[in-house]
Design a protein around this ligand. Structure first.
Ligand SMILES: O=C(O)CCC(=O)C(=O)O
Length: 273
């Protein structure tokens, strides 16, 4: 059966926009209370130290407890990822970025590398597929001009990646084709790493709090280290399937097909979708 019958989370407009721009925003996935609780739990797991700078990053937020593991296969977001990556996707790595006012920028990077890469985007016969793909959970607002995530919409299809001006990539020159999507707390930004993207200096008074979960197709990996199920004694069978190391052989589908054409996000593993 064609994989176009997957979860069906993307509307026609989402498909148009993701194919056009290389990212989409899923609005209001978390409530304000859920965002505040995740911030509280993050502060408990990783308290700010006196010597910390304005930009902070922690790799491995899924080790902070089940609230962070549960974002990995959230019922609202996972179907989007399955539709973009296929039902054998795997979680590759996770981390957070916290930025206080005036936290420094990180240069634009990514883009559709040509050889030996996981940064790719393809379309064929109604199906989109992406290599390394990110779900960024925004626990705080990123209003117009706040900074944080920025990208070059449409650059996942560029044929001139080496021509990307270095001064723009390093934020030494402004360019109106570098865009900061406006995000509200609770929104999830999904983008392909084939999109040129980076981090602009944070200008808002409040701290930027984002959690990033990165997914790979079943056969590939960006990270050097894989998830160890032993670190996740409470993980569900579906979360463990997502954490599987890369392989072509024997890579289990993540979501069960409940009926022809519909993927069931809630039930345990079933036959191949
Ligand atoms: O959200 C951001 O600030 C950018 C994240 C990033 O650069 C990446 O995911 O590679």
């Amino acid at each position: 059966m064609a994989e176009t019958a997957a979860a069906g989370a993307l509307t026609d407009e989402d498909k148009f926009l993701f194919d056009l721009r290389g990212f989409l925003v899923v609005k209001n996935v978390l409530s304000g209370d859920e965002c505040r609780e995740l911030i509280r739990l993050a502060d408990e797991a990783w308290p700010r130290q006196a010597e910390d700078g304005r930009y902070r990053r922690f790799d491995g937020i899924s080790t902070w407890g089940h609230a962070f593991v549960d974002l990995m296969d959230h019922d609202t977001v996972l179907p989007y990822l399955v539709e973009l990556m296929g039902n054998r996707l795997r979680i590759d790595h996770d981390y957070c970025i916290f930025m206080r006012k005036k936290a420094p920028a990180h240069a634009l990077h990514g883009g559709p590398w040509r050889y030996e890469t996981d940064h790719w985007y393809r379309y064929h016969d109604g199906v989109m597929r992406t290599g390394l793909t990110v779900a960024t959970w925004n626990l705080t607002d990123a209003g117009p001009g706040a900074g944080g995530f920025v990208c070059v919409p449409g650059s996942h299809k560029t044929n001139f990646l080496p021509n990307m001006p270095r001064d723009v990539a390093r934020f030494e020159r402004d360019a109106d084709w570098v865009v900061q999507p406006t995000l509200a707390a609770g929104d999830v930004l999904i983008f392909t790493e084939a999109l040129i993207h980076g981090t602009a200096r944070w200008t808002a008074d409040h701290e930027r709090r984002t959690l990033l979960y990165k997914y790979s197709p079943p056969h590939s990996t960006w990270a050097k280290k894989f998830y160890d199920p032993g670190d996740y004694p409470d993980a569900t069978p579906r979360q463990l399937r997502l954490m599987a190391p890369p392989s072509v052989e024997g890579h289990a589908p993540v979501m069960e097909r409940a009926s022809r054409g519909a993927l069931n996000t809630a039930s345990p593993a079933g036959p191949e979708a």
